[in-house]
Design a protein around this ligand. Structure first.
Ligand code: NAD
Length: 331
């Protein structure tokens, strides 16, 4: 199947080429999919896109006009795709429903430990031959209450790790996981989770129901000094409100792998350009905010998993035009 992969980087192309092994006619572009770049797909049956690409209604109409019939997402999340429009246009869309939930869960833990134990600050001091320990005090994770919002594959993987640290695990979800019982995860209301957790970690998808799931009302209930970790999607948090509650000390620490306005910023080289996003600049100015640029998925195991499933979706479509990972609009 002739496929154009948008938003390809040097880190993921080798995995896709290896999984493809010459089977499909794969072409690559570093450009993100947008209304300006949709015409690059002219003559391609399929496109493959990542989470920062724009698959909104107008872009899909343009892709369809150019003959694209299949969209292979290289992500779990599909909040960036207008599924209703895709299906109305007769396009098939498939995601990668699972690829190493450990990659994302472990990154969330890495961020938590890095911020709590002041590792970046410590490294800077060591670089200056300053071996004093002032200002480097952290806290034990052992015995703390961890609140998981979204107890799916990543939420459960994160819970297991935190259980290993000796934490009490509580969770909130719209449907309960059978695995939660083995971990001793106790389901509670969102309000209880907010008021009792020392650490809150977000692992739900972005949807109309979860947009600003953590906003002004929720921040008001958060336990003073709690840490908030977001490796899900930026818009699950109202960033403006969050900044207010960082400033007043409600939030003791914030770890963000995703950011509400990351589109166009993350995954790109901004070294020689001025970032005009004041919200992002303000977030970066806080010592107790740690940001990574949507890299939680970046392990060899996850990249291999993404590539294998993407190629499997394309192969299924080329054989019988159906893939087990096809998304329907009622999801
Ligand atoms: P999953 O489908 O296994 O789990 C999601 C869980 O969220 C489910 O249990 C679901 O019931 C729950 N949920 C849905 N709506 C909810 C709501 N309104 N309130 C509370 N819980 C709700 O998905 P997963 O594989 O664990 O991935 C979770 C999310 O992580 C993805 O949707 C994606 O946005 C994000 N993600 C981020 C990265 C990254 O690199 N930062 C990588 C992969 C996935």
């Amino acid at each position: 199947m002739k496929t154009l992969c948008y938003s390809i980087h040097d880190y993921d192309r080798p995995f896709i080429e290896e999984s493809n092994n010459g089977k499909h006619d794969m072409r690559f572009t570093k450009s993100a999919l947008s209304i300006e770049t949709a015409d690059q797909a002219s003559g391609f049956e399929a496109v493959s896109i990542f989470s920062g690409d724009d698959a909104s209604r107008e872009v899909l109409i343009e892709l369809s006009r150019h003959g694209v019939k299949y969209i292979a997402l290289r992500s779990v999340g599909y909040n960036h795709v207008d599924l209703d429009t895709a299906l109305a246009l007769g396009m098939k869309v498939a995601n990668v429903p699972e690829y190493s939930p450990y990659a994302i869960a472990e990154h969330a833990v890495a961020m938590l430990l890095t911020l709590n134990r002041k590792l970046l600050e410590s490294q800077r001091l060591i670089d200056n031959q300053d071996f004093r320990l002032d200002h480097l005090i952290g806290f034990d994770l052992h015995g703390k209450t961890v609140g998981i919002v979204g107890t799916g594959k990543i939420g459960i993987a994160f819970s297991r790790i935190m259980k290993g640290f000796g934490c009490r695990i509580i969770g909130y979800d719209i449907c309960e996981s059978v695995e939660a019982k083995d971990i001793g995860l106790e389901y509670v209301t969102m309000n209880k989770l907010l008021s009792e957790s020392d650490i809150i970690s977000l692992h739900c998808p972005l949807s109309e129901a979860t947009r600003y799931l953590i906003g002004e009302d929720q921040f008001k209930r958060i336990k003073k000094g709690a840490y908030l970790i977001n490796t899900a999607r930026g818009s699950v948090i109202n960033t403006h409100s969050m900044i207010k509650y960082i400033k007043d000390g409600t939030l003791g620490g914030v770890c963000l792998d995703v950011y509400e306005y990351e589109k166009g910023l993350f995954f790109n080289d901004w070294r020689n350009m001025k970032i005009e996003d004041d919200l992002f600049l303000e977030l970066r100015s806080f010592k107790n905010v740690l940001i990574t640029g949507h890299q939680a998925f970046l392990t060899t195991e996850a990249l291999r998993g993404i590539a294998d499933t993407t190629l499997m979706n394309l192969t299924s479509w080329s054989q019988d035009s159906y893939s087990m990972n096809d998304l329907s609009s009622d999801l």
